[in-house]
Design a protein around this ligand. Structure first.
Ligand SMILES: [Ca+2]
Ligand SMILES: [Ca+2]
Length: 288
């Protein structure tokens, strides 16, 4: 008789498969010189509120089935969690993430798309996505540039200079690989992980999917190396470099303005405006 494989978080993906995928696609974090909070933190187990145990580079992660596309797909999130955001408008606790969408081809998992969060749910959002083949990260983790103090994540260093003027990814050094902790799934968190859902940070809102059909369709259509915003806005890499100075003005250059300045993303203006009220409040209250 065959024993069923252990599946602690009851999502249909065996624990051993989840862990193997987490190790294979672990992103390479590039930490900026002068980073004021050291490394991503490990948090104490068994508490209801997040409490830093050590700043030792621990990554938390989640491996989930992705059913929106035909075939066999898995979405993986890597969370780098910090004791504090020590950039502009800093605050205690900082939950940041990147994600990758894997497709099973001839029995092997291949990364197809990467996504990195930058100032999620704020007017300064610069979350970015790219095809894994452009990043040379189809069978391994992508490189992630982490902005100093704010910990926004970027799939290219050029993008980092475009985040409302507050981001810097200069003189980065690779973080040594540390442990990866699978936090399970929403509603089936791993033991001792109650602090994930604490109201003191927005981590519980980051347990969904990062890959909308709109983003995937945009990435599929592109033929060159481009990076796409979370809302589908396109950020051509060359234009990003040129726009670096203009974007340094702060809140006045939201995604709507920069999008139009680049001649891209105009179709997304409505959704950007709808989000704006909530986003500005979040940004000014220092939640990001
Ligand atoms: Ca599972
Ligand atoms: Ca899982």
């Amino acid at each position: 008789m065959l024993l069923a494989a252990a599946d602690s978080d009851r999502d249909g993906v065996a624990d051993a498969v989840e862990q193997a995928i987490l190790e294979q696609f672990r992103p390479q974090l590039l930490i900026s010189a002068g980073e004021c909070d050291g490394l991503p933190a490990e948090f104490r187990s068994g508490l209801k509120e997040p409490e830093v145990a050590a700043r030792n580079g621990t990554l938390y992660a989640r491996v989930s089935p992705f059913t929106a596309r035909p075939g066999e797909w898995i979405e993986v999130h890597y969370y780098h969690l910090w004791g504090r955001d020590c950039g502009k408008r800093g605050h205690d606790l900082d939950a940041e993430q990147a994600a990758v969408l894997l497709e099973r081809v001839h029995g092997e998992w291949l990364a197809r798309y990467w996504w990195a969060a930058a100032h999620e749910e704020t007017l300064c959002e610069r979350s970015n996505a790219a095809r894994a083949s452009w990043l040379n990260a189809e069978k391994q983790g992508a490189r992630l540039w982490i902005s100093r103090g704010k910990h926004a994540s970027f799939l290219s260093r050029q993008l980092c200079s475009w985040g409302c003027g507050g981001d810097s990814c200069e003189n980065t050094l690779p973080a040594a690989p540390a442990k990866i902790v699978n936090l399970g799934e929403k509603g089936a968190l791993a033991e001792g992980m109650e602090w994930v859902e604490a109201g003191s940070w927005p981590l519980r809102d980051k347990l969904g999917s990062a890959f909308t059909e709109e983003i995937l369709a945009r990435l599929d259509r592109e033929e060159g190396s481009r990076i796409v915003g979370r809302d589908g806005a396109m950020y051509p890499i060359q234009a990003i470099a040129l726009a670096g100075g203009e974007a340094a003005d702060g809140l006045g250059t939201g995604k709507q303005h920069t999008g139009q300045a680049l001649g891209t993303a105009t179709e997304k203006t409505g959704s950007a405006l709808r989000k704006a009220g909530r986003s500005v409040r979040g940004f000014l209250s220092g939640k990001k």
